[in-house]
Ligand binder design. Structure first.
Ligand code: ADP
Ligand code: MG
Length: 527
């Protein structure tokens, strides 16, 4: 039998009365890639947070083989204990200091792995001072970063400010952080959720390199295809319980899906009515020669023209970082436009509040910073929109009961779990936070809905639900602008298809059946 370097026995974690992880057994072998599959809220992140010392088990035990090869009971009181014993974790939500450089973030992670008290950070006020305290020379931090980058093929500019990086690059920095402290067990919580299909293959190459370097990897995902292609073994969690463990290939994708959700899944049906029936001559969004600058003053959106109509979904496919985000932000009045025209139902509303009042819903790419307010309750988040508040104001803004009822209805309709309006949004899994955004933005049936990667990080069922909702918008003669890195999703839903590459928008409706050409367009080769 292969050696277990990490073993969980009967581990349970409760939050109040809620059992998030229920008597789970789990074992990790040296050098394996072990996938954990489970739909949103299954308890995957909670289980990992227990291993990483962010939470302590309510019951059960965790054993780990330490760096010297001794098997020990792990009683991690904080991530520092877990890191010391060789466990690294890349969270679903990145834990980077945005205003520091890549190298400085790596240096911080090295610093944190030493015995440092929390007050070190606060007494000195700033991270910069904290860094100086470790006497990390800039050159050293840069050198360490470069060496690690080289060794694992994780190319990244050590001097770049983290906040200027794309999500894919931020993830690399997180992995580098774990490698910098020599993690032998790497926990990757939904790492591919933030990657485009093209980036996933490169990422898998990195995982295989890490594996060849005899590191054990826990790979969390709900994407069947990925799990089947990269893992050695699979554990499935459903509602906090381990329901399956076996070698990859033992079960088919469909069988695994059934383990995950307890029933068979169906694909969303898009009525094959062609483009003409729903498409009307009613223009909703009109962009003409729009140019928008990005955060580094580079041209992010370059001379884009586009018109959307009622009753259609216009899809924009593209690899992350090609101007999609800036385009959406410019339409939403969140980003200054350099030149060109934006018109929404014939007017040019100034500022995001005015844009929303004009009837625009926005499912943003980054739900953590623009989607939900983590410290606000689920109910408050659901009722956050200016427009939404005005809607409820028709009855009576001060009528708390009405508001609660509205929120409760949305929680039920969108199956937000746990179904408790009073808890902070921060306590919900990423997928459930996404459902809050969807419920809030879609329930108002905006004339124009801008959805940026609306199913990123969602499981199959939740993703299908989102797709159905976008189609409901379309059937209701609303206009939907779907911007997504998931080509499958854009192909499935769009009436008209565009590809965005290096800031340019290219219509590709005619090429929709030619995946190869689309791929070339997306990488900018087809131009
Ligand atoms: P997954 O990662 O599989 O999507 P999570 O582990 O994030 O699921 O969450 C499992 C369940 O536990 C969810 O219903 C979630 O809302 C709940 N949960 C997670 N963390 C907390 C917390 N700190 N307080 C209360 N409930 C929580
Ligand atoms: Mg999770």
């Amino acid at each position: 039998m292969a050696e277990h370097i990490l073993e969980l026995r009967n581990v349970t974690k409760t939050f109040g009365d809620f059992v998030a992880v229920d008597s789970v057994d789990f074992a990790l072998q040296a050098g394996e890639i072990h996938a954990i599959l489970g739909e949103n809220g299954a308890g995957k992140s909670t289980l990992m947070n227990l291993i990483y010392g962010l939470y302590q088990p309510s019951a059960g035990r965790i054993y780990v083989t330490d760096r010297e090869g001794w098997r020990r009971r792990l009683r991690a009181k904080s991530p520092r204990d877990a890191i010391a014993i060789g466990i690294g974790m890349v969270h679903q939500h990145f834990m980077l200091v945005e205003n520091l450089t890549v190298a400085e973030n790596i240096a911080l992670s090295l610093g944190q792995s030493r015995p440092v008290t929390a007050s070190d950070a606060s007494e000195n006020g700033t991270y910069k001072k904290w860094l100086r305290k470790f006497r990390f020379k800039r050159e050293d931090a840069i050198r360490i970063t470069e060496e690690l980058s080289e060794q694992f093929g994780l190319a990244v500019d050590p001097s770049a400010l983290v906040r200027t990086l794309s999500v894919g690059l931020k993830q690399r920095v997180e992995i580098l952080k774990a490698l910098a402290v020599d993690a032998r067990i790497l926990i990757l919580d939904e790492p591919t959720a933030v990657l485009s299909p093209q980036e996933v293959e490169g990422f898998f190459t990195i995982l295989r390199k890490l594996q060849a370097d005899s590191r054990a990897i826990i790979f969390i995902s709900h994407k069947m295809k990925e799990v089947l292609s990269i893992s050695d073994r699979i554990t499935v969690l459903r509602r906090g319980k381990k329901v399956y463990l076996g070698p990859t290939g033992e079960l088919t994708a469909r069988e695994l899906a059934r383990e995950m959700i307890g029933e068979d899944i169906e694909e969303v049906e898009r009525s094959s009515d062609g483009n003409s029936e729903h498409k009307s001559s009613d223009s909703v969004l009109y962009l003409s020669n729009l140019t928008v600058l990005g955060s580094r003053n580079e041209v992010a959106v370059s001379d884009v023209s586009l018109e959307t109509y009622r009753g259609e979904i216009v899809g924009i496919a593209g690899v992350d970082g090609n101007g999609q985000r800036e385009l959406a932000e410019a339409i939403m009045g969140l980003r200054h436009r350099e030149s060109g025209t934006i018109s929404i139902l014939g007017t040019d509303p100034k500022g995001t509040k005015a844009v929303r009042q004009r009837g625009v819903g926005y499912i943003s790419e980054d739900r953590q910073t623009t989607g939900v307010i983590a410290s606000f309750s689920v109910t408050e988040n659901l009722l956050l929109n200016v427009t939404h508040l005005e809607n409820t104001a028709r009855w009576n803004v001060l009528n708390q009961k009405r508001k609660r009822n509205t929120a409760e209805q949305l929680i039920a309709d969108y199956d937000i779990r746990p179904p408790i309006g009073g808890i902070p949004a921060a306590a919900l899994s990423g997928g459930n936070q996404q459902k809050i955004v969807l419920a809030r933005e879609i329930s108002l049936h905006p004339d124009l809905l801008i959805a940026v990667n609306p199913t990123r990080g969602l499981d199959v069922n939740a993703a299908r639900y989102v797709h159905e909702n976008l189609l409901v918008q379309r059937a209701g003669k609303k206009s939907v602008l779907l911007i997504s890195t998931e080509l499958d999703e854009v192909l499935l839903l769009s009436d008209r298809l565009f590809v965005m590459s290096r800031g340019k928008l290219i219509e590709a409706t005619a090429q929709r059946n030619d995946i190869e050409t689309l791929g070339l367009l997306m990488t900018g080769e087809g131009l």
